[in-house]
Design a protein. Structure first.
Length: 91
């Protein structure tokens, strides 16, 4: 029962992290375009908008979400392997 729950949880985390990893570049691009369109030469908050645009550029170029995805998938594979070993020993 515990292994089944662990497989479901790690599988769900892997799927969610895969979706986030795929969606982040699109979201980053959209948000950069949004902040770029808000900037004009006479805006008092131009530097603040540029900082926000730069933040989204860094998020889009970051490998953090790839590492999280790899960690989740690795954990999922380990749980499946342990379950397979337990099933093999019980036979």
């Amino acid at each position: 029962m515990i292994m089944k729950t662990l497989k479901i949880i790690t599988g769900a985390l892997s799927a969610i992290s895969a979706l986030i990893m795929i969606a982040i570049p699109f979201l980053s691009s959209y948000m950069q375009g949004f902040y770029k369109s808000q900037i004009d030469d006479f805006s008092k908050s131009a530097q603040e908008l540029l900082d926000k645009k730069q933040f989204w550029a860094q998020i889009g170029e970051s490998y953090l979400f790839l590492y999280i995805f790899i960690a989740c998938v690795s954990l999922f594979v380990i749980v499946i392997f342990i379950d397979w070993l337990k099933a093999r020993k019980s036979k």
